[in-house]
Design a binder for this molecule. Structure first.
Ligand SMILES: Nc1nc2c(c(=O)[nH]1)N[C@H]1C(S)=C(S)[C@@H](COP(=O)(O)O)O[C@H]1N2
Ligand SMILES: [Mo]
Length: 319
């Protein structure tokens, strides 16, 4: 199933669609007398030459107009500098230990305030229309990345289960497997890791369920086989390895709120104007850079799309 492809060969026919256009533009450039050789061309085409783990490729991935045009963080950083506390709190613990997580078979139960509760097998989820979404991810720890996720809009899944009018929030519950997760022996968080969104946040077109990155299925350290990605919120809202989704009437208590309510609120929108009690949120370090050279932008730069969700709310109070 998982065929390893040599890093240096990337046949045109398996080039994901998002790369076509840039490559075509580059070929034109080359035709016009550019000094770029074939290797230079591939490298200049960016992600086309990116070495990956060679995991299963996701077919029929459309490009999305909702992607940022900022250059993506290299695959090796996206997959080796991770937060996934179930496998340990060091950045390289997930890449070492998440291998133990068995991601097949996998089901996601969707229940609560819905007309048609349903359990999806991961194979069902892979049938949703998949798109590449290149999103900025801003961690509450003041570093950031740009990640070419592959996923589908959460609202597509919601449509199938038909939330009732009582559904005002969505709770995301993630896998808790002491046998496979060395990190859950420590009481760092009240396991399982639980996150939540207001229903309008969950239904927003920017909110995706990611099943892959860089055109391949998710490596375990990034939340295989399915995780949430909410690009205008701090990274911890993007729960990994989801097993249960509950539509609920009351605002759910999240694992981070339980751990430190004065530090991590329910909303956790990226906001340079609201510092973490122990550090500033004004600037961020783009992995693998060493210094926090970038100014953090309200809603992680997605304000045009999401600011209306918070009209009239005091974001210092609802942090
Ligand atoms: N289940 C679970 N999901 C999680 C976490 C975690 O510890 N456990 N960490 C969060 C944090 S703090 C961040 S910044 C992102 C990191 O995602 P990445 O490692 O794919 O970049 O995942 C989030 N999702
Ligand atoms: Mo984070």
């Amino acid at each position: 199933m998982l065929i390893r492809r040599p890093d240096h060969i990337r046949p045109a026919e398996i080039t994901p669609r998002p790369f076509y256009e840039r490559r075509r533009a580059l070929l034109k450039l080359a035709g016009a007398g550019s000094a770029l050789g074939a290797a230079g061309l591939l490298a200049a085409a960016g992600r086309a030459a990116e070495p990956t783990l060679g995991l299963e490729k996701l077919p029929n991935v459309a490009r999305s107009a909702l992607s940022t045009t900022e250059p993506a963080t290299a695959y090796k950083y996206v997959t080796t500098y991770n937060n996934f506390y179930e496998f340990g709190t060091d950045k390289d613990d997930p890449m070492q230990y998440a291998k133990r997580l068995k991601v097949r078979p996998w089901t996601v139960a969707v229940e609560g305030e819905v007309e048609r509760p349903r359990t999806f097998a991961i194979e069902d989820l892979l049938k949703f229309p998949l798109e590449e979404r290149v999103y900025r991810l801003r961690c509450v720890e003041a570093w950031s990345m740009v990640v070419p996720w592959v996923g589908f809009e959460f609202n597509a899944l919601a449509k199938l289960v038909q939330p009732t009018s009582r559904a005002r929030f969505v709770e995301f519950v993630t896998a808790y497997r002491p046998e496979e997760m060395p990190g859950v022996r420590l009481p760092v968080l009240d396991w399982p890791y639980v996150e939540g969104l207001r229903i309008d946040e969950a239904m927003h077109p920017l909110t995706i369920m990611a099943v892959g990155l860089y055109g391949e299925v998710l490596p375990n350290q990034n939340g295989a086989p399915v995780r949430l990605v909410v690009p205008w919120k701090y990274g911890f809202k993007s729960a990994k390895s989801i097993v249960r989704i509950r539509f609920v009437a009351q605002q759910p208590k999240t694992a981070w709120e339980k751990a430190a309510p004065n530090e991590y609120g329910f909303y956790s929108n990226v906001n340079p104007g609201v510092d973490h009690p122990r550090w500033s949120q004004r600037r961020e370090r783009r992995i693998p850079e060493l210094f926090a050279k970038r100014e953090t932008v309200l809603f992680n730069g997605y304000g045009d799309q999401v600011a209306r969700l918070y009209a009239g709310m005091d974001l210092k109070k609802f942090y």
